[in-house]
Design a protein around this ligand. Structure first.
Ligand code: 13P
Length: 253
C-alpha cells in the first residue's frame, strides 16, 4: 500500500511561544495514534525547524521546510540551502507552492533546481501543482497540471522520481473554504498518476504518494482521503489547531 502522508503547512503563522505550544500539543496527541501507514510531517516557518525536529524525533513525526533556495550555497543573503535543512534533520520540503509561484514569481526552472538540490541532500520534495479558477473554468486544468509536473519533474531519473511526493492543490481551494469535491480531487489525482505512468511506468506511478491540499479540514478529510488515488493531505489553516490536525491524521484510510 502507498504511504499516506498528512503534512501541516503552517505558512507564515505563529510566534515562537505559539509554535512551541502547538508542537507540544501535537506531540502529546500524535504519540498514542496508531501511525502504521501514515507519515505525519510538520512544516513550520524555517526559524522553528530546529525545535520541531527535536520534538518530532522523539514523538514520531517528520519535519519539512516550506521552501529552500535553488542555489547550492554562498552569497545569497536571506536564503536557506537544502544542505542546511538536511543538517537539521529536515526530511521534507514543500516546493512550488502556489503562493510562492504567485508572490515570489518562482519559475518552473527554479523549482526543478530546488527539486534537484533537495534530492541530492536526501530530502523528499513535496511538489505542489494546481490550476487557478480561470483555468478550471476554461477546462484546461488537466493540461496546466500536466505542464507543471513535466516542466519541473520530468528531467528526473526513475530513482529520483521515486523519492518525490506530489501535492495537488487547486489554487481556488486554498484558504477559501471552498474545497474540491472528493470526485474532483480523485479525478485529478488519477490523471496525475496516469501521466506519471506514461513517463515512469506502472510500478513507480502506483507507488508514489499524491496528496491533496486546499481547505481540507477535520470535517471533510475522511471523504477526501477515502478516494483511491488520494494518499493524504497538505493542510494549511486546519494544521494550526492541534485538535483539528489530529482529527485529520486520524481520517487517513
Ligand atoms: P488551506 O488548507 O488553508 O486551504 O491551505 C492549503 C495549503 O495551501 C497547504 O499548502
Amino acid at each position: 500500500m502507498r504511504k499516506q502522508i498528512v503534512a501541516g503547512n503552517w505558512k507564515m503563522n505563529k510566534t515562537f511561544e505559539e509554535a512551541d505550544e502547538l508542537l507540544f500539543e501535537l506531540a502529546e496527541g500524535i504519540e498514542p495514534i496508531e501511525l502504521e501507514n501514515v507519515e505525519v510531517v510538520i512544516c513550520p516557518p524555517a526559524l522553528y525547524l530546529e525545535m520541531s525536529t527535536d520534538v518530532g524525533l522523539e514523538n514520531g513525526f517528520s519535519v519539512g521546510a516550506q521552501n529552500c533556495s535553488n542555489k547550492e550555497g554562498g552569497a545569497y543573503t536571506g536564503e536557506i540551502s537544502a544542505e542546511m535543512l538536511k543538517s537539521l534533520d529536515v526530511d521534507y520540503c514543500i516546493v512550488g507552492h502556489s503562493e510562492r509561484r504567485k508572490y515570489f514569481k518562482e519559475t518552473a526552472q527554479e523549482l526543478a533546481e530546488k527539486v534537484n538540490l533537495l534530492l541530492d541532500n536526501d530530502i523528499t520534495p513535496i511538489f505542489c501543482c494546481g490550476e487557478v479558477i480561470e483555468e478550471r473554468d476554461q477546462n484546461i486544468h488537466f493540461q496546466v497540471v500536466q505542464k507543471q509536473i513535466e516542466n519541473s519533474l520530468f528531467h528526473l531519473t526513475d530513482d529520483e522520481m521515486a523519492n518525490v511526493v506530489i501535492a495537488y492543490e487547486p489554487v481556488w481551494a486554498i484558504g477559501t473554504g471552498r474545497t474540491a469535491t472528493s470526485d474532483q480531487a480523485q479525478e485529478m489525482h488519477a490523471f496525475i498518476r496516469q501521466i506519471l505512468k506514461g513517463k515512469y511506468g506502472n510500478e513507480l506511478a502506483e507507488g508514489l504518494s499524491v496528496i491533496y491540499g486546499g481547505s481540507c479540514n477535520a470535517q471533510n478529510a475522511r471523504e477526501l482521503f477515502a478516494q483511491p488515488d488520494v494518499d493524504g493531505g497538505l493542510i494549511g489553516g486546519a494544521s494550526l489547531n492541534a485538535a483539528d490536525f489530529l482529527t485529520i491524521i486520524k481520517s487517513v484510510k
